[in-house]
Design a protein around this ligand. Sequence first.
Ligand code: CAA
Ligand code: NAI
Length: 242
Amino acid sequence: MRLNDKVAIITGAANGIGEAAAKKFVAEGAKVIVADFDEAGAKVAEELGDAARFFKVNVGDEKNAQELAQFAIDQFGTIDILVNNAGITRDAMLQKMTGDQFDQVINVNLKGVFNCTQAVYPTLKEKKSGRIINTSSVSGIYGNVGQTNYAASKAAVVGMTKTWAKEFGRNGVTVNAVAPGFIKTAMVAAMPEKIIEQMEKTISLQSLGNAEDIANAYAFLASDEAKYITGHVLHVDGGIMM
Ligand code: CAA
Ligand code: NAI
C-alpha cells in the first residue's frame, strides 16, 4: 500500500472527486480527514471506518482552515498530505456575471487553497517532508466560455503551485497540481446537456472522465513514487485541446 500510515487532509471530500480520493487514500493505507462544508462528509467518513474522520469546514474561512489542521493533528497526531480539492462554480457569461458570483468562486477556489496550505505547511516544514496537491482545471489552462471567475481561480492555482514548489522544496515538501478535464460529478451534471455533448466530441478519448481517474492521480502524486516531482501540473483530461 502506497500511503501506509500517512495522514491526509482532503478538502471537498463529501462528494465527487474528493469522495473518490478519500476512498482511494484509505485503500492505500492512509488515514484521512474528510473535510467539507457539506455534512454528507460525515457519512463518507463513517463508511471508511477508523481510518477516517469528518471535519465540517469552510475552506474560505481562514480561522476554520486553522481549526481543520489542528483537528487532523488531534485525531491522527500529524499531517503528511494536503489535497486542496474543494471547489465551486458560479457560471455566467461575463456581461451577466455578478460581483458576488466572482467573489464566491475566488473565495473558495483560490483563497481556500491559500488558507488550507498556510494552515498545514508549518507541520510539513517541521517534519521536512510532505505533499501538497492542488486541483486546477482544464478551464484554468485553456479558458472556458461562461467561467471568467472559475478559470481565473484555477489559473491562479497553477501560479500558487509553482510558487510553493519553489518556496517549500528546501524543506522536503513537494507541491503539484492536477488539472482535470470534464469529470462525471455534480459539477458537470449542472452544465446544459447540449454543451456537455459538444464538449465530449473535443476529447481525444471521446468520453468524460470518472472521479476515480482523478483520485488515482492524487494518490500517485501523494506517494513515494512521485518524490522527485514538484511544481508539475498533471493534466488528467482524456486528451482535451492539446
Ligand atoms: N463551450 C462552448 N460554448 C458555450 C459554452 C461552453 N462551455 N457555454 C456556453 N456556450 C455557448 C452556448 O452554446 C450559446 O451559444 P449559441 O448562442 O450559439 O446558442 C452561448 O454560449 C450562450 O450560452 P447560453 O445561451 O447558455 O447563455 P446563458 O446566459 O443562458 O448561460 C452559461 C450561460 C451559464 C455560461 C451556460 O451556457 C453554461 O452553463 N455553460 C456551460 C459552462 C461550462 O462549461 N461550465 C463548466 C462546468 S464543469 C466545471 O467547471 C469543471 C471543470 O473544471 C471543467
Ligand atoms: P463536487 O461539487 O462534486 O464536489 C466539490 C465538493 O467541495 C463538495 O463536496 C462541496 O461541498 C465542497 N465544497 C464546496 N465549497 C466548499 C467550502 N467552502 N469548504 C469546504 N468544502 C467545500 O465537485 P467535483 O467535480 O468533485 O470537484 C472537485 C474539484 O475538482 C473542484 O476543485 C473542481 O473545481 C475540480 N474540477 C472538477 C472538474 C469536473 O469536471 N468535475 C474538472 C476540473 C476540476
